[in-house]
Design a protein around this ligand. Sequence first.
Ligand code: ZN
Length: 680
Amino acid sequence: MKKGAIVLAMASVLYGAASCSPQPATNAEGEQFEWVVDTFDDIRVLRYQVPGFEKLPLEQKELIYYLSQAALCGRDILFDQNFKYNLAIRRTLEAIYTNYDGDRTVPEWKSFEKYLKKVWFANGIHHHYSNDKFLPEFSESYFDTLLAAVPADLLPEEYGSVEELAATIKPAMFDPSLYAVGVNQAAGADMIRTSAMNYYEGVSQQEAEQFYADMAVAGDPEPVSYGLNSQLVKRNGKIYERVWKVGGMYSPAIEQIVYWLDKAAGVASPAQRETLEALISFYKSGDLAEYDRFNILWVKDTTSTVDFVNGFTETYGDPLGYKGSWEALVNYKDMEATRRTEIISANAQWFENHSPIQDKYKKREVKGISAKVIDAAMLGGDCYPSTPTGINLPNADWIRKEHGSKSVTIQNIFNAYSESNRSTGTTEEFTLRAEDRERIRLYGSLAENIHIALHECLGHGSGQLAPGVKGDELRQYGATLEEARADLFALYYLADPKMIELGLLPNAEASKATYATYISNGLVTQLSRIALGKDVEEAHMRNRKLIAEWAYELGHADNVIEKVTDNGKTYFVVNDFAKLRDIFGHMLREIQRIKSEGDFVAGRDLVERYGVKINPALHAEVIERYSKLDIKPYTGFINPVYVPVMKGGEIVDITCEYPETYTEQMLRYSSEYSFLPSKN
Ligand code: ZN
């Protein structure tokens, strides 16, 4: 999973800011689904829904259950990978937290609790996103008092005495100059010695680089991911790898992972069993060739309902980019969303034929991409609590080239982001008219999902180039114009009666929710994400501004989009949805022409005129309005609990429940899924 996906998730906070569910989301008891379970510091913690789980056949539920157990067993690995004292610190804090019998409302205790919540969230003492160490907001002497009240046998024992433990973890927690950065990628300094991460011990950057340069085989077309599953250490002058495998480093946790993967293999299809067995073999041997064999089997399996990520995967935690942080994700096919993309793809030719672009630029034969859409069932390791909204794996370039890759959106995580934004007041702040807000409430989320499906399944693949045009003529404007083309295709068809005929949208009102949001976002809301005085740079943001601004101008004579100032606040309101659709069609025709003919000058002029520059007064106003909303920049999730229903020693069903708070879940994970010593 690329961390880029996490950034995308944050973008969606705004883009989907006004999105809501077609019906109020409810749980099994028919109560309103509570999205937000906790907020602290710069973080909010959500729950995600697990739609359709109860309808899955028993073997699929069992598979999810076993894979979920495997997904939770590696949590300690990540803590230790991030920093060598993280486990000792977490356990000490937890021992204090659970044994404290003082007043839990006093400010210092609140600061202590906040710090512990942050440590859980970051899987350590460095911020999950910035990588900077965060400091406690309580004093060292307060910590001493708390520590002194805990019976010694409840504290980590690997440091000998409580005094030794305190002497080890206190400087790490409180001294701002020590272990200040988790992953240092600033050029110049020794990136290993100046980073707190625990992927290397006693080696310099130069020694590590030399070690892996010597290991690589020159010209190998299928190189293994050198160094991915080990800590590199220098002891007694000797440099060697401590491999993460059964019998190696992190063995107690890996043994548990293997135990549950083995259970999963027992209920999997023959093809998926082979995939799981390859992964088990990798965990047992530590052989990176086995890891590649697993990835090739995994990427070939595109049909299983239940799928997973489990292993040492992303290398962002290592400044040199060799070491994989442990992560896990269990997912299953979203039947409803996948059905939508299948309907859209099955009608690809109809859409192409009826597109408002010139006939000569239409594809004679067009095939839609039938994208699989998934829902997360369990997040673990580096996917928990902060998680991406998509998967794009495997990472090995040669496997991607030879065998392909899986690139999928995690629908329920994406939905949780947009649904939960209701509570932030963004829709109220930036949507003037009550009828627009009501349509957004009723149809926003559904119409937005269809918009994305049209954009991805058809929009990018539509149209063809004129003879002799290569496709790279638009140069630095190409990406923005390509996104605009796909978005306009989607916007144009969203309001087509065909959408209702195909059963994708319930009525003609639904598309109006997206139209209103899109215009308002492109012209106003998205400006909050850009620093005052800066231009719009990112291609998707430029595209949205280009479309909204250009449509505003094209419809000016007919007052299609109206700029309204109310109470000193600026709004852009759609007055005529039918005319706006015609304008989108006209714009699509022109942008397709620009792409098909490689008309660089026309493309550049559009982007520069409508997509880049921001009115400074409006920009300042939007930032001011946005800053008053209660929005946390970072989001994470707690997991549901899967409970086997037993009858005569057999699992007859599995239920999915959400009984816990954030703190309860973290404490339970620390007691039930904690397999490693505090010193590894
Ligand atoms: Zn796109």
